[in-house]
Ligand binder design. Sequence first.
Ligand code: 5GP
Length: 191
Amino acid sequence: MIKSLPPEAYGELNEGITRVLFTAEAIEAKVYALGKQISADYNGRFPLLVGVLNGVVPFMADLLRAITIPVEVDYLAVASYSAETRARGLVRLEKDLDETIKDRHILFVEDMVDTGLTLNYLLQNLRAREPASIEVCTLFNKPRRRLINLPLKYIGFDLPDRFVVGYGLDYRGKYRNLPFLGLLKPEIFNP
Ligand code: 5GP
């Protein structure tokens, strides 16, 4: 994991933030703790970590290096639909996995679980391919927004029902590269 730059180094991106919820240091400590737990739980099982592009990229990169056992990694991409479309269970796979997952231990790695609709669709899709097991690790979780009850084995941080950016999470394509998680100023964030 590379050393994070201070928030001021991010200029206009940092100026768009009204409040930091989790600093880069707090996120780093949590990612190490998750990696340690996953390494203990999956020892000897050679898990395949599966992530959804693009938001998961910083978390996956850091989590991979916090895991000390052999693992493989693969990615999915989904078309970004509106919340209404997602609510009807419509998620389109834009990129499928490269690996075959039958009889593999799958750890689904998510940056954020919000309503849970996207994850629910993807888990159903993967379960149909008969993996040996499938569990979920999410760094950020918004339990109050959940519409579907999903089993989350590893959770980094629970969040309030607010729109957040940074550490992979974007607003209109920007802010993914901030190393911390924060709230946008109201004059920037207008949903
Ligand atoms: P859901 O769980 O509602 O199906 O969708 C989760 C996805 O919605 C996340 O992977 C993320 O892309 C997006 N999302 C949910 N909450 C937030 C948020 O607070 N900030 C950002 N940038 N994206 C979010």
